[in-house]
Structures are given as structure tokens and as C-alpha cells.
Design a protein around this ligand. Structure first.
Ligand SMILES: Nc1ncnc2c1ncn2[C@@H]1O[C@H](COP(=O)(O)OP(=O)(O)OP(=O)(O)O)[C@@H](O)[C@H]1O
Ligand SMILES: [Mg+2]
Length: 240
């Protein structure tokens, strides 16, 4: 069967009957009957502080293991996988932009972006087929995000928080993963940088057919997305 036409290939993320409870918590943090992102779909995820948005991204990324339910990324069911195989699934198919602590502080800007290709032969090959080499992809993405040549060799620890968020975005985009998880990636950006960042992120996702799950409190961004979903806390989900 042609993978591009299979139902699995058309689904970037599939969640069914997912439950996650933090150790010692009285109630489930996440209790999600069903949630699906089709290939290339861009979804804005809102919800009050503490409602479980970052926890959900951690579960999808495979760094947190749910107690129940089904989770599949790019058609690959992560439930039965060892931690090592789940790390591989993330490296090959998911780009992640966290709320903080995105980068290895002692590595340069450029090397932080190239980590995505170092950890995944698949992403290195996809970057090379798009731009000639992973390095050329990294330079294109960093340039598009306003990270100038003077910052390429600088250790990440010596970048501003807004610069670090943009470098993390370039790393997440490198090699066109099927899914990008972004946790308040514009929180440290000024209005101009925010718009530039969103334009590049959405443009790259559209070009590569990458689905995007974007957590933010900035509801002014909602019209830029295909749809918005709200986590209401205590695992409940609804429409904003
Ligand atoms: N490492 C942890 N150990 C135990 N409980 C945690 C941990 N991290 C988060 N929680 C709890 O899980 C719940 C959801 O937290 P989470 O960080 O997912 O919320 P959020 O929606 O991302 O909030 P915010 O908008 O403030 O980033 C909260 O009640 C929080 O206290
Ligand atoms: Mg959070």
C-alpha cells in the first residue's frame, strides 16, 4: 500500500481514552476521550494555568507515560514501545519547543539546531533533500527567524530568552517532522518578533505538511490556526 494514501499517514496524532495522573495527585490531570490531529493540521491549545497543557505535550512527546489509553504519532502506536523506542519515535517524528530549558547551554546556536539531525538520520536526510544539507537547512531556518550570522557560534547560554525560543523553533522544524509541539513559544517575544515567528512557523509547517499543536495564552493568535481546543482542568476538554 502506498504509505501516503494510508489512513495512518493522514494522521499526525491520535489519542483515545488517555489518562494521566501525576504521582500522589488525587485526580487525573488528563482524561481525554479522543483527540486527533490530521497531517498538516494546526491546532491552538488553550486552558487555564495548571489545566494540564504542558503535561499533555509531555505525554505526546513520550517523556511522560500515561496510565491508560492509546497514543499514536505518525501512525506509530507508542504504547507498546520501550523508553528507547519512544525516544527514537520522538527524534524522528516530533519537534518540540518547550516553555523553558530548550537548549544545551554550552553548545553553539548552530550546533543546537543541528542536534535534531544528529539524533535522527531520517530528519538529517529530509533536511538534506530540502536544502542540500542539514547545515543549510539550519542556516535557512535561523535566518528566517531573525537569528543573524553573529549569533551562530555563540553558546546558547549567552542568548536572550527570546533568541533561545527562536533557536529552539529552528531545531524543532529541522528535517520536517510530522508533528511539532510548541509550549508557549512566543511568551518571550515582542510583537514584531512574535508575528515573524508565527509566520515562519506556520509557513514551514504548511510547506512540509507538519501538524502543529501550539499552546498559548495569547488568544489573538487563534485566527491563524485551523481550530482551537481548550483544556478545562481536571482532564476535561471543550471548545474555547
Ligand atoms: N512534575 C510534576 N509533578 C507533579 N505534579 C505536576 C508536575 N508538573 C505539573 N504538575 C501538576 O499537573 C497539573 C497540570 O500542570 P501543567 O504544567 O501541565 O499545566 P499547564 O496547563 O501547562 O499550566 P501553565 O499554563 O501554567 O503552563 C498542575 O496541577 C500541576 O501542579
Ligand atoms: Mg504549561
Amino acid at each position: 500500500m502506498n504509505p501516503a494514501s494510508s489512513p495512518a499517514a493522514a494522521t499526525a496524532l491520535e489519542i483515545q481514552a488517555l489518562r494521566f495522573t501525576w504521582p500522589g495527585a488525587a485526580a487525573a490531570t488528563l482524561d481525554i476521550p479522543e483527540f486527533r490531529l490530521t497531517a498538516g493540521e494546526r491546532v491552538f491549545l488553550a486552558g487555564p494555568s495548571g489545566s494540564g497543557k504542558s503535561t499533555l505535550l509531555g505525554v505526546i512527546a513520550g517523556t511522560l507515560r500515561p496510565q491508560a489509553g492509546r497514543l499514536a504519532v505518525a501512525g506509530c502506536d507508542s504504547g507498546a514501545l520501550s523508553q528507547r523506542r519512544r525516544d527514537r519515535l520522538r527524534a524522528d517524528h516530533i519537534g518540540v519547543i518547550f516553555q523553558q530549558f530548550n537548549l544545551l547551554p554550552f553548545l553553539s546556536t548552530l550546533d543546537n539546531v543541528l542536534l535534531a539531525a544528529r539524533f535522527s538520520k531520517r530528519r538529517a536526510a529530509r533536511a538534506a533533500s530540502r536544502d542540500g544539507s542539514p547545515r543549510a537547512s539550519a542556516l535557512r531556518l535561523l535566518g528566517g527567524l531573525g537569528i543573524g550570522a553573529d549569533l551562530l557560534g555563540r553558546a546558547a547560554a549567552q542568548l536572550s530568552v527570546g533568541q533561545q525560543q527562536r533557536v529552539a523553533a529552528a531545531r524543532a522544524l529541522l528535517g520536517a517532522p510530522e508533528l511539532i509541539l510548541a509550549d508557549e513559544p512566543t511568551s518571550a517575544l515582542d510583537a514584531d518578533r512574535r508575528d515573524e515567528f508565527i509566520n515562519l512557523l506556520l509557513g514551514e509547517c504548511a510547506d512540509a505538511g507538519t501538524a502543529l499543536l501550539f499552546v498559548s495564552h495569547d488568544r489573538g493568535l487563534v485566527p491563524r490556526f485551523d481550530r482551537a481546543v481548550e483544556l478545562l482542568g481536571l482532564g476535561r476538554e471543550g471548545s474555547p
